[in-house]
Design a protein around this ligand. Structure first.
Ligand code: ADP
Length: 483
């Protein structure tokens, strides 16, 4: 059963039960009140008769004065006072034999009540006489050795009519209310579930194409739809769903971009290798120069290719950060080794490459990756600097260790500082063309920094060039000596 029907039926059932119980209580109370009223009025008549009988001091029969005042009651003529539309009176002898009654009873006789006796002298009951029902009060009256049983009856027709009219009214109201409740519940439940259905329909329609479209646009995903603008739980659900889609879309777009960039970058050296191999096939035997140049190109391009594939592998490794084995390492020691490795290349370009450190910060990480990270920064600094100096510095503050590679080269334009960390991005195309590279170096630096819980950034060095800085979380190991 759908949620809509479950809500509607559950809600209706609850209200119907509540209303029925309430109506039942009202009907029962109402009946009780009406019945009590009838009892009071019958009882008033009874009291009047008894009082009247007891006040009659004159013996009514000269033949048998021992019957006393009861004699008065045994005469139908004396009962006419109580002969009215609302009261019917009958007087029996002590052993239940009817002796007198009001004229309105006609041929009807009120049957004796076996419950009434000298011990239990008053009782109320309902009796059917002819086709009508009556409320009857029976009373046992003793006077000396004589006894009488008085029955006072009041027709229940009016009461029953009133009561049945009230019951009808209540049933009509109840049926109406139940109908209204059922309709209201269904409407309410549909209102509550329609947006959920809409949401799931929208979700089914989302394909990877739409995901890609969603990327970068804030109302992506469930676009052209009012759901995310709702101010309730559904709105919030739709909004988080959209955010999720946007993030997924961005991730997919990055992935696609990476694949397209990577294939493009790999294609260039491969095309060159292929062309040179064909040259070799044709000319290798005839022309030694061509053979030499082609082979040199192939060697250079395939080295580039290997570099790029290595870079991509490193990136993939860094992306799976949690699988990297980490240990406490001295950042200064790694940076110093890397600087030494770059010394010969710097010397070729007459660049003054220096290393210095303030303190010996310990970081928790993978030595090879950190070496590659600093190595890429030093390589770039040497590569892009024509003359001057490159400074590699390591230091620490309260919580972080840092490594900085600053050069006196051309620097990086403000607007390019964000983009140079992207995969395959190379700033200033003209310069990049004259300098070999893959555009992966800084993307690797940032990935490695992040996988170690740090971040890489770039600014301007004191010498006017670029200053790259990587901040890494510092480990405090008081008793470890790693130097
Ligand atoms: P690659 O060095 O292979 O081109 P990188 O990702 O290492 O790729 O660098 C991206 C771009 O950032 C480079 O193409 C270059 O334009 C710029 N860049 C990197 N390091 C420096 C630097 N020290 N000085 C000036 N520009 C730099």
């Amino acid at each position: 059963m759908s949620l809509k029907w479950r809500i509607a039926l559950g809600y209706s059932a609850l209200l119907i039960v509540a209303m029925t119980v309430m109506s039942g209580i009202i009907v029962w109370r109402f009946q009780q009140i009406l019945y009590n009223q009838a009892q009071t009025s019958v009882n008033a008549t009874m009291k009047a008769i008894v009082q009247f009988a007891q006040q009659s001091t004159t013996p009514f029969s000269l033949e048998d004065s021992s019957l006393g005042t009861l004699q008065f009651l045994f005469n139908s003529a004396n009962l006419t006072t109580w002969n009215s539309a609302n009261s019917y009176v009958q007087v029996d002898s002590g052993d239940g034999y009817p002796l007198a009654k009001t004229a309105n009873l006609g041929g009807l006789t009120i049957p004796p009540n076996p419950k009434v006796s000298p011990v239990h002298d008053v009782a109320f009951r309902e009796v059917t006489l002819g086709a009508r029902s009556f409320l009857v009060e029976d009373r046992y009256l003793q006077e000396g050795v004589n006894a009488a049983v008085i029955h006072v009856a009041e027709p229940l027709d009016t009461l029953q009519r009133t009561f049945s009219r009230a019951r009808e009214a209540i049933v009509i109201v109840l049926v109406g209310a139940v109908g209204a409740v059922v309709i209201f519940s269904i409407v309410f439940a549909s209102q509550a579930t329609t947006p959920i259905n809409e949401l799931s329909r929208e979700m089914r329609e989302i394909s990877s194409d739409r995901l890609a479209l969603a990327a970068g646009s804030f109302d992506g995903g469930l676009r052209g739809n009012a759901l995310p603008r709702r101010r309730d739980e559904i709105g919030r659900l739709a909004k988080s769903f959209n955010d999720l889609l946007n993030r997924l879309g961005e991730a997919f777009a990055r992935e696609r971009q990476f694949i397209s960039d990577a294939s493009h970058e790999l294609k260039t050296p491969l095309t060159s290798i292929n062309a040179n191999a064909q040259m070799l096939l044709r000319w290798a035997d005839q022309d030694r120069t061509i053979r030499r140049e082609s082979l040199e190109t192939i060697v250079r391009e395939s080295a580039d290719l290997a570099g790029m594939v290595n870079g991509m592998l490193t990136l993939a490794k860094a992306d799976r950060g949690d699988e990297i084995p980490k240990e406490p390492l001295s950042l200064a020691q790694i940076a110093s080794e890397v600087t030494q490795n770059g010394a010969s290349r710097a010397a070729e370009k007459q660049i003054d490459l220096r290393f210095e450190h303030e303190g010996t910060p310990i970081v928790y990480g993978d030595a090879n990756l950190l070496r590659q990270m600093i190595g890429n920064l030093v390589d770039n600094a040497v590569k892009f600097t024509e003359r001057g100096r490159v400074d590699v510095r390591v230091g620490e503050n309260r919580n972080a260790a840092w490594v900085e590679v600053a050069d006196s080269g051309p620097g990086i334009a403000e607007e390019e500082r964000d983009r140079i960390f992207e995969r395959f991005y190379r700033a200033d195309k003209a310069r990049s063309r004259s300098v070999p590279g893959t555009g992966l170096g800084l993307a690797i630096v940032r990935s490695i920094a992040r996988v170690h819980g740090g971040e890489a950034s770039v600014g301007r060095s004191a010498g006017g060039g670029a200053a790259f800085r990587v901040l890494l979380p510092r480990v405090k190991l008081p008793f470890t000596d790693l130097s």
